[in-house]
Design a protein around this ligand. Structure first.
Ligand SMILES: NC(=O)c1ccc[n+]([C@@H]2O[C@H](COP(=O)([O-])OP(=O)(O)OC[C@H]3O[C@@H](n4cnc5c(N)ncnc54)[C@H](O)[C@@H]3O)[C@@H](O)[C@H]2O)c1
Length: 253
């Protein structure tokens, strides 16, 4: 595990009550950063995440808000940045599959207008809303953004065609936003493969077993595996911007 001194740094992680987001918040706090933990208002895991980090000696505050809310997302970011006294890192991680089981590409009925609009608003426009509100703070600190994309954004399938398209958009927007916020702010992304988390969509056991069999590293990534690459892209990687790092145990190689 790489390390860095994040004392005095301020980070906002969206979707951080669980999985990759929580792992990233834990790592950044352990290294000295003060972390604003965003997740859905009313999610009991949000306060639990803050308490877990605080109990471990870290500094964390709750930043409840729905990134799918056009006005609320920006307000959440501004409140968090004001409470932290600035912002060095934005981890744009919150997203949903919107389904408990994978939807085949041919099943247009389950991918109706409401499904499209929900996933677009949370997975694609959500990160934009947060980035836009965070931009002045990040420019002032010469900070960094990491978006959570997915290997499904490169093709090869995922929980639905709609989900794949939102993640493809994040890979593309990472390039656009690197141009928008440079030279002060670097914007990169990670593309996770299999994740050990409470992700809503469950793939059939046989698909998971087949995936593990062809994956060179033969295991799903832990939140800590993904957090480490987030850390590299925030605290190091000073000449890297606009790029998406694939973190998938080699499943797509
Ligand atoms: N789990 C996977 O298989 C997988 C694979 C590739 C990419 N990803 C991506 O990784 C990221 C994190 O996923 P995870 O596996 O850690 O999932 P997770 O379900 O454990 O965590 C996601 C968190 O986001 C929160 N969230 C959902 N909607 C939100 C909203 N509108 N506003 C604020 N918070 C919201 C949830 O409450 C949850 O705590 C997502 O961007 C996801 O698309 C996941």
């Amino acid at each position: 595990m790489i390390t860095a001194d994040l004392k005095g740094k301020k980070a906002l992680v969206t979707g951080a009550a669980s999985g990759i987001g929580f792992g990233t918040a834990q790592l950044f706090a352990r290294l000295g950063a003060t972390v604003a933990i965003n997740d859905l208002p009313g999610n009991p895991r949000l306060d639990e995440a803050v308490q877990a980090i605080t109990a471990a000696g870290g500094r964390a505050i709750a930043a409840p808000g729905n990134v799918g809310d056009a006005e609320g997302a920006g307000a959440m970011v501004r409140q968090a940045a004001e409470a932290l006294g600035g912002l060095d890192y934005l981890i744009n991680n919150a997203a949903i599959p919107g389904t408990r089981s994978p939807i085949p590409p041919s099943d247009f009925d389950r991918q109706d207008e409401a499904f499209w609009l929900r996933l677009l608003s949370i997975n694609q426009i959500g990160p934009y809303r947060c980035l836009k509100a965070a931009a002045p703070y990040l420019k002032a600190s010469r900070g960094a953004v990491v978006n959570t994309a997915s290997i499904s954004g490169f093709g090869g399938g995922g929980s639905s065609s709609v989900y794949c398209s939102t993640k493809a958009a994040i890979i593309n927007l990472t390039k656009e936003w690197a141009k928008a916020l440079g030279p002060e702010v670097r914007v990169n992304a990670i593309a996770p493969g299999m994740v050990e988390s409470d992700w809503e969509c469950r793939f059939p056991e046989e698909d998971q077993a087949a995936g593990l069999k062809r994956m060179p590293l033969r295991r799903a990534g832990t939140p800590a595996d993904y957090a480490e690459v987030m850390l590299f892209l925030c605290a190091g990687a000073g000449y890297v911007t606009g790029h998406t790092v694939v973190v998938d145990g080699g499943i797509t190689c």
